[in-house]
Design a binder for this molecule. Structure first.
Ligand code: ACO
Length: 335
């Protein structure tokens, strides 16, 4: 079974409850019909019920198994507003501000998770990444002991000789523009955990740079060296090495030449990029030029699973992301 099939089969077993704040969006409704038909998750759609039902009728979609909640009138508003004030009173949030924010389905959705009324959220078909992430950062926040949310991609290749049976994991490709050394270390450790939990692989983590083992001197190289050391201290059992160039990470002969004796060089299956510029450009290069399928971004480090879609997403992208989020909800203690 391939990665996505596995994820879907597991989601069906878990039967987690996912909230979709963009309930008035046609692709989201088409995805909902498919998710319900395949029993991948329980779904709550946020939005005006009359509008959602009108779109479903026009498109001939069966969404009667979904719960539909209007964030502007729902009876949970008072409970959520009080929680929001409690969580953000040090930032000056008033009850009036909280009620205003709850009119926005992206805030209502994260409060459902915070209150334990949903297991996860998927949004971003019509909202920018920052607008999806900000409410989550403010109210769901990070897991205990985690300070930074990041996003990984599972990169799937037709050539099964690449990585682990045709799969490499890339991070961070979505969230943290310029991580410092300890944030980068956290990204590496979290990515290894997510790879283990979702893709069931034993991670071999390469900390990427433009230098391998001191071949170049620069403060950007120093950052990756420090991050590698901190990550190894955070998770002493993790197979991690760096700093190393991409060819040293992936090509056995180059790995042996540039980093002799390394247990990761030449056979890495998790690539941690030094910053978001290289991570985001890197995954898109591999997707567009090498034809790899890019599954993600899968966000990690949040106290409840919340995932962001690309605005160019397809219906099956939404279905897949709901299945991934349902898996994360099942294993959220480690993610
Ligand atoms: N992890 C955890 N918390 C965070 C993170 C993070 N990575 N970044 C910000 N926060 C928290 C802050 O601590 C702050 O909390 P507080 O309000 O309790 O003090 C809150 O979030 C807001 O912080 P700001 O610094 O004001 O963050 P801002 O909202 O300006 O930016 C954002 C956050 C939107 C995620 C920004 O980092 C960003 O734009 N990142 C790039 C996202 C992007 O465009 N990615 C590429 C597209 S995705 C793709 O191609 C797949």
């Amino acid at each position: 079974m391939d990665l996505l099939e596995n994820i879907k089969v597991n989601a069906v077993k878990l039967q987690n409850h996912i909230v979709l704040p963009e309930g008035c969006e046609t692709r989201t409704l088409k995805a909902t019909a498919k998710i319900l038909q395949e029993k991948i998750a329980k779904i709550t759609l946020l939005g005006d019920p009359a509008l959602i039902e009108a779109i479903a009728l026009k498109e001939g979609l069966s969404i009667s198994g979904a719960r539909i909640v209007n964030p502007c009138t729902d009876s949970s508003r008072e409970r959520y507003a009080k929680m929001m004030v409690e969580l953000r009173k040090s930032k000056g949030l008033t009850i009036e501000n909280a009620y205003d924010l709850l009119n926005d389905p992206l805030y209502f959705g994260v409060m459902m998770i915070k209150a334990g009324d949903a297991d996860g959220e998927v949004a971003g078909a019509i909202n920018a990444t920052g607008d999806v992430l900000r409410p989550a950062f403010q109210f769901v926040r990070t897991l205990p002991g985690v300070s930074v949310v990041s996003g990984l991609f599972f990169m799937l290749f037709k050539d099964k000789n690449i990585g682990d049976n045709g799969m490499l994991v890339f991070a961070d490709c979505a969230v943290m523009p310029d991580p410092d050394a300890s944030q980068l270390a956290e990204i590496a450790v979290m990515t290894a955990r997510t790879a283990r939990a979702i893709a069931n692989i034993e991670p071999r983590v390469a900390m990427l740079s433009f230098s391998t083992k001191g071949s170049a001197q620069h403060e950007l190289v120093d950052k990756v060296v420090r991050a590698t050391r901190i990550a190894a201290e955070m998770d002493p059992d993790l197979l991690i090495d760096g700093e190393m160039q991409l060819d040293a990470a992936l090509v056995p002969e180059v790995g042996q030449l540039k980093s002799p004796g390394s247990k990761v060089a030449g056979r890495a299956n998790v690539l941690v990029f030094p910053g978001l510029e290289s991570g985001n450009i890197g995954y898109k290069l591999v997707q567009r030029l090498a034809g790899a399928e890019a599954i993600g971004p899968v966000l990690q480090g949040m106290a409840g699973p919340i995932n962001d879609l690309s605005r160019g997403c397809s219906v099956s992208d939404i279905v897949n992301m709901v299945a991934i989020t349902a898996n994360q909800a099942g294993t959220k203690k480690v993610l």
